[in-house]
Design a binder for this molecule. Sequence first.
Ligand code: PMV
Length: 325
Amino acid sequence: MKAAAKAHTNIALIKYWGKRDDALILPMNNSLSLTLDGFYTTTAVEFQNSLSADRFYLNGRLTEGTAYSRVTAFLDRIRDVAGQPDRFAEIHSTNHVPTAAGFASSASGFAALAAAATKAIGLAPNEQELSMLTRQGSGSACRSIYGGFVEWEKGTEADGSDSYAVPVAPADHWNIKVAAVILSSDEKKVLSREGMKRTVDTSVYYPAWVASIPDDLAAIKDGIMAKDFEKVGAIAEANCLRMHATTLAARPPFSYWQSTTISIMQAVQDLRAGGVPAFFTIDAGPNVKVLYTPEYEETVRNTLRHISGVHDVTVTGPGSGVSYI
Ligand code: PMV
């Protein structure tokens, strides 16, 4: 009744932004991500007869509050599927994410937890089933089941039975670089869950966002297969800008950007004007991820590191899917 797994985080090139079902975590639109090598979570789960409730240790510390309740609620689904409602587990999870790397650990965290917990309780889901289950812990986590480039199909069924990730191209298909640019200050932010809801409910730009996805997705997949970096980068950057535009048109309006975020975006566009193909993308926070190809490593790193307000730059590349350890 014990198992351990490792999963990497991922960065969306076509963003998941907006739910059609909050409880089942069903998205309004398909999304596409790259699983990243540098940032991962390892999780060990052991079901013990002596326990009358789950115990969840994160980075060595026993948790309570929201972190704990999200994990137990997720384990409830697994207990339900396994038909073992009264089995509780001790969970040890460690995030291997460089200090303040600015990546949400929920993607790697729920993917590793889903893999370890299902195995520990005696289930043997295939990758599709595992992705579907992981989705119900954290939406973007369902993409971390696979390595490399991954699409999350939104599906059309009300029960979520056709909403899961599918692999597009493996990690070794294409060595592109992702620099995580971390800002010095981290103001209180609107959580992705809350930001999505407000945008879906009130933003006049939201329908245009949803309508823009199919063309972006088809084009970026062509670009990935052809290893056309400029095409992939340009689509990812434009898609990111459109996602963030929806928040500006919400009521009340909001933005995840800080002044340094905008400085970095401009620096990336200046790099391009100077002949260096680099593109940015930004999630539900102020930090920026910059995409480029290995030959521009020096130039891109040096440029990003010297922007005022930048705290740290960590470089990574394509990573593999979930694995047992
Ligand atoms: O899965 P969540 O609730 O962490 O939401 C992720 C939303 C974005 O990071 C902004 C986009 C994405 O597709 O990862």
